[in-house]
Design a protein. Structure first.
Length: 445
């Protein structure tokens, strides 16, 4: 199948994912364009360059467009498919806008990182798209169960996580990644190895959401400082996604660079920090090329490390639970604590975990076939837009609020401003009632 694909992205992580996924389409069959939707969370020029590294898109070719301009853009480009590389609440805003045309394109959405456990609201936000792209057998299984429970008739496609640098070699490894195969054995080897002497850096992949508490972040920095002191000849890199003033997909309350610059934090960490403890940004692929090991609490970067053969450690000192986005690693053999981080006891994943979790092999990928099927159906007859079923209370006022909440100052409509005046006090009251009800529930029980 051939045609034109329009990628609409909002944050740096969604730009990275959308550009990398689109780059998997056959170059001789698909024309592509990528635009960034104007929102308070849109990437800076530097973040855009980093996010597009290794993809088929150049920063100079990417325009920033407002929501009101999307309809005209789609009409002029006439794409067969649109990839909504957007946060869920924005997918809900954009999908009906693009889908209003009788000759609407196929609508595709997905996620740039880990989605286990699969949240029902992730399907609800995308209930009007045609295809959701997922990246593991387990994700497909859990999302299918949610979609069936919610009676949302969305198609689900499996793709290798597109920015894994070994994605193009997955076919070669597919038959060997099991517990008995040579590739599986190699990945599973050295479950508690020391840092690779051929590389130099211990890379910590920072995240905006986890751990969330300041004291936990300071503890983490303390362990990293201890690791740096133990290996004065090697760098310990706190790899961040954003610099001061730059937006991220998720808001970050306690920036690691700011914490390290705080005199009170430095005092907690022993006064003088080791000079080989540094904070850096840039493409993760570049950091992994210099990494002897990767450490994280739950970042998708650990999958990139596994794909590159870099031993890893998933810190479990803060617990293993859905809010930490780390339950997917149960059974992987990658969990470890502060002592493991400081001593360098890093790991490779268990072979039996790989096939169900992101390393299924390229032969299992079916998202392109599903996309081709939807495009073929569209050429035979117009695709009806799925009816929105959920979160309907408030009607037009609610939809205006949803738009204003995500676009912020980029939505200059009267309806949006009016919706915020009405909706914010109502939301506060509803949440207050829920908190009171939740506190009273144990007493009633």
């Amino acid at each position: 199948m051939s045609g034109t694909l329009l990628v609409i992205a909002d944050t740096d992580s969604y730009v990275k994912w959308g550009a990398a996924l689109a780059s998997q389409l056959p170059t001789d069959a698909w024309r592509m364009r990528l635009v960034v939707l104007a929102t308070p969370a849109q990437p800076s020029a530097r973040q855009l360059t980093v996010a597009l590294a290794g993809s088929r898109f150049l920063p100079a070719d990417v325009d920033v467009v407002g929501l009101d301009a999307l309809g005209e853009l789609v009409d002029g480009l006439g794409p067969e498919a649109v990839l909504l590389a957007l946060r869920g609440p924005l997918v809900r805003v954009v999908a009906p806008l693009i889908g209003a045309s009788p000759d609407r394109p196929v609508l595709v959405s997905g996620f740039p990182g880990l989605t286990i456990p699969a949240e029902p609201k992730a399907v609800i936000y995308r209930e009007q798209v045609d295809l959701i792209v997922l990246h593991s057998r387990r994700e497909v299984r859990e999302f299918r169960a949610n979609a069936e429970r919610l009676v949302v008739p969305v198609d689900l496609g499996l793709a290798t996580l597109p920015f894994l640098r070994t994605a193009l070699r997955q076919d070669e490894r597919a038959g060997a990644i099991g517990a008995s195969g040579p590739a599986g054995s190699a990945l599973a080897a050295s479950r508690s190895t020391a840092f690779d002497a051929a590389r130099t850096d211990l890379v910590f992949a920072a995240q905006a959401k986890v751990p969330s508490l300041r004291e936990d972040r300071v503890r983490l920095l303390g362990w990293l400082a201890d690791a740096a002191r133990r290996r004065p000849g090697r760098r310990v890199v706190v790899k961040v996604r954003a610099r001061a003033g730059e937006a991220q997909t998720h808001a970050e309350s306690h920036d690691f660079a700011d914490l390290l610059a705080d005199p009170s934090v430095r005092a907690e960490l022993g006064g003088t920090l080791p000079p080989n403890l540094v904070v850096e940004d840039g493409p993760m692929a570049d950091h992994l090329a210099r990494a002897s090991a990767l450490v994280t609490v739950s970042s998708t970067a650990v999958l990139e490390a596994v794909a590159e053969g870099v031993p890893s450690l998933v810190i479990d000192e803060f617990g293993v639970e859905p809010k930490l986005i780390n339950t997917v690693f149960v059974g992987s053999g990658l969990f470890g604590g502060a002592d493991d981080l400081v001593s360098g006891a890093v790991r490779h994943p268990a072979p039996e975990w790989l096939d169900d979790n992101y390393f299924h092999g390229g032969d299992a990928d079916d998202w392109l076939e599903r996309l081709d099927g939807l495009v073929a159906r569209r050429r035979d007859a117009p695709l009806p837009l799925a009816r929105r079923q959920y979160n309907l209370a408030g009607g037009a006022l609610r939809r205006a609020f949803e738009r204003k909440r995500m676009l912020g100052p980029h939505d200059r409509s009267f309806q949006g401003a009016a919706a915020m005046l009405v909706a914010l006090p109502v939301r506060w009251l509803v949440r207050r009632v829920r908190r009171v009800r939740n506190r009273l529930a144990p007493a009633r029980a």
